[in-house]
Design a protein around this ligand. Structure first.
Ligand SMILES: NC(=O)c1ccc[n+]([C@@H]2O[C@H](COP(=O)([O-])OP(=O)(O)OC[C@H]3O[C@@H](n4cnc5c(N)ncnc54)[C@H](OP(=O)(O)O)[C@@H]3O)[C@@H](O)[C@H]2O)c1
Length: 345
């Protein structure tokens, strides 16, 4: 055996299909790839490593003998199936929100807190996509001068909602251009040519969405910060296919000028600084789509506060925001001998 039996749960989805590509691109040691999805997808042929693999329906039988599973089939599936996968001998890297805030589950961004994965008890959680890209860019600032407060506005692509939302934007755009009024299905309002201040759900009477709450809670957990890190987030869905953009107002504990911030971020792992705005040089969603790094630009002083900077952060939500980080976690588990009993040669 030269590698692992790798399961990709949710293999037909927006994240899962990206996981299949990233595993190949990064040369993860896969001995056998087992794509898993719902009954609907059983028998579907999926591209993998220059060939095809047959998708299996998720079942007690299909999960046997897997060493590692990258799971992206929604929170309810992870809640039920992660314990079963672990019991069957797999380590689970979970892309859903279900396990992220459990005390005994490490929430890992490979450039930020890789050591947290060492304590895993069968499952490592992959953070929310908008949180993920933001903390990659903020970690160097947090370490150098501390962060007191973050005020965040996001501009999130439809691929963050999954395959159906990508199709909805395409269909609605054609409908609007043809002079029709589209009927929304995935979102509460049409997304084509529109901007929705509503990402995920308003739960239990909360006036913040679940996405906004995730950004606040997960950021603190990943950075190892407490409630003394103030965070306010407004998450917005925009008619963009791929990559989330974020405007972040960063209030540091010690002063940091824009040049020093640029220098700090230029040398940071997984970060690219693109910041000559007068020449039109700043990150945009279409340029960043398909890339693994997090891009930062428009670094400037907030004129209303001496210890505040404004930054513009863009990352591909399906890659660094989900699949790439999940595969990076798998690589770390492999490198540290944490994949379980059927260790690769
Ligand atoms: N999209 C992002 O940018 C992003 C980023 C980070 C995390 N996430 C999280 O990743 C998860 C997947 O998101 P996505 O955007 O890839 O969604 P998606 O495109 O809708 O894909 C969902 C996947 O789950 C599978 N699935 C659904 N019901 C299932 C069942 N009963 N049993 C087995 N598989 C089932 C689907 O299989 P079928 O094709 O057979 O229905 C499909 O492969 C979500 O929890 C999401 O919150 C997404």
């Amino acid at each position: 055996m030269s590698g692992y039996r790798v399961g990709v749960l949710g293999a037909t989805g927006a994240v899962g299909s990206t996981v299949l590509r990233v595993l190949t691109e990064r040369g993860f040691p896969v001995d056998e790839l087992v794509p898993l999805a719902s009954e609907r997808s059983a028998g579907r042929r999926l591209e993998f490593a220059g060939g095809e693999v047959e998708c299996l329906a998720l079942s007690e039988e299909s999960i046997q003998g897997l060493d590692i599973v990258i799971s992206s089939a929604g929170g309810a599936i992870s809640a039920e199936w992660a314990p079963r996968l672990i019991a069957a001998g797999a380590v689970v890297v979970d892309n859903t929100s279900f396990w992220r805030m459990h005390d005994d589950v490490p929430l890992v961004v490979s450039e930020v807190n890789p050591e947290a994965a060492d304590s895993h008890r069968g499952l490592v959680a992959n953070p929310n996509c908008s949180t993920m890209q933001m903390v990659v860019a903020l970690k160097p600032i947090f370490d150098a001068v501390g962060i007191e407060r973050l005020v965040i506005s996001t501009y999130q692509s439809v691929s963050g909602t999954g395959q159906r939302a990508i199709e909805e934007l395409r269909a609605q755009s054609s409908a609007v251009l043809a002079g029709d009024t589209p009927r929304p299905e995935v979102y509460p309002h049409p997304i084509a040519f529109n901007v929705l201040p509503h990402v995920e759900t308003f739960k239990d009477g909360d006036d913040y969405t679940t996405e906004e709450r995730k950004m606040m809670a997960e950021t603190r957990k990943i950075l190892g910060a407490g409630e003394d890190l103030g965070i306010s987030a407004t998450c917005v869905r925009v008619p963009v296919y791929g990559a989330h953009s974020e405007s972040v107002n960063v209030q540091t504990r010690e002063p940091l000028d824009p040049d020093a911030c640029r220098e700090l971020l230029s040398g940071a792992p997984g970060v690219v600084v693109l910041d000559k705005p007068a020449d039109g040089v700043y990150p945009t969603a279409t340029e960043v789509s398909g890339r693994d790094e997090v891009y930062v630009g428009r670094i400037r002083r907030d004129p209303s506060h001496e210890r505040c900077l404004n930054v513009w952060i863009v990352g591909d939500n399906l890659r660094k925001g989900a699949a790439t980080n999940a595969v990076q976690i798998a690589e770390q588990l492999h490198a540290r001998g944490l994949v379980g009993t059927r260790t690769a040669a």
